[in-house]
Design a protein around this ligand. Structure first.
Ligand code: CU
Length: 128
């Protein structure tokens, strides 16, 4: 029981570590466009252990442009262990998220809103 608790605590610590200070200067800037045709580029390679700023621009309205709804536009979600979510990106809007690339390997990013309908899925490759 204690081990599970410790694992959980360290997991939360690790996950929170991939998010960085808003004022941290990015080492790398990655511009990604998202539309119903998917992400462009859909394969993104970034260096390990750096601060990476993602700038996500929605080209179209995604799942909708009714901004009174809870969900609209597109999003950008890097699956765990990164578990970084940028939601509700309106058409023409650019949203930013900064992470520290503390995990090496290949990770999926996707738009949970529309990936069931459109090919909004990509690969984030983190390597030395
Ligand atoms: Cu989408």
């Amino acid at each position: 029981m204690r081990i599970i608790f410790l694992l959980l605590v360290s997991l939360i610590f690790v996950v929170s570590c991939s998010k960085v200070d808003e004022n941290a200067k990015p080492d790398v800037v990655v511009n990604i466009k998202v539309s119903k045709l998917g992400y462009s580029p859909s394969v993104v390679e970034v260096p390990y252990n750096k601060v990476v700023l993602f700038r996500i621009t929605a080209v179209d309205e995604g799942i909708g442009n009714d901004y009174s709804q809870e969900f609209y536009g597109h999003c950008f979600y890097i699956l765990p262990p990164y578990d970084v979510m940028v939601s509700n990106i309106k058409k023409g809007e650019t949203k930013e998220v900064k992470i520290k690339t503390i995990f090496k390997g290949k990770f999926i990013f996707t738009c949970p809103y529309c990936s069931g309908v459109f090919p909004t899925k990509g690969d984030l490759i983190v390597k030395d």
